[in-house]
Ligand binder design. Sequence first.
Ligand code: AMP
Length: 219
Amino acid sequence: MRLILLGAPGVGKGTQAQRLATEEGIPQISTGEILRDAIKRGTPLGIQAKSFMEAGNLVPDDVVIGIIRDRLSRSDGADGFILDGFPRTVAQAQALDRMLLDSGAGGIDYVVNFEAPNQEIISRLSGRRTCPDCQAVYHVEHAPPRQEGRCDKCGAALVQRTDDKPDTIAARLKVYDQQTSPLVDYYRERGLLRQLDATAPIDSVYRNLRSLVQGTKSR
Ligand code: AMP
């Protein structure tokens, strides 16, 4: 199964990708996660990406395309993968098409577009808390941890991502509209697009996601 999860930041792609990837035994590849990890470790990639991310802007195409090229060359993606947060521009989508063609491994099976109104997205992002150690995601009202401020899975102190603060949320949504939403047409024209209502409760979104991608076997 080779999937792309498309949709605005905070729409629930990461949560669903994590669950589907675990059940399918294939990697969830999140460029945002790879970049945050690089920032945490202070690597040259992290130093390069930090200011773009803090401002809610996209990291330059050549940087993220390089990340994906490296990541897809690893053997754990041979049976499939779930891309979460990549591609985010038409140039990235074209680069991915070329990479998959060159590798001879076969193309993308489906692109699932997570849909939710902006108001819902703003509420989800501003209440989102994440675990810096195991990347579990919570929401202060809709999906609170059992103990306030602590990760249920590993016990680490939860944090609010710096780019989940109100000013940066507005910038990220604008960037999404301008640079990422054209990908909906890009993939629709190629017959790969599937629409998913992302406003439903987490378990029902997951059931719908599974039925959309049913029949797509791991290779
Ligand atoms: P995410 O965790 O997917 O919301 O990504 C967090 C931030 O990382 C984004 O706001 C961008 O600054 C950066 N980023 C993640 N993926 C990409 C990408 N494919 N292209 C450019 N920037 C990205």
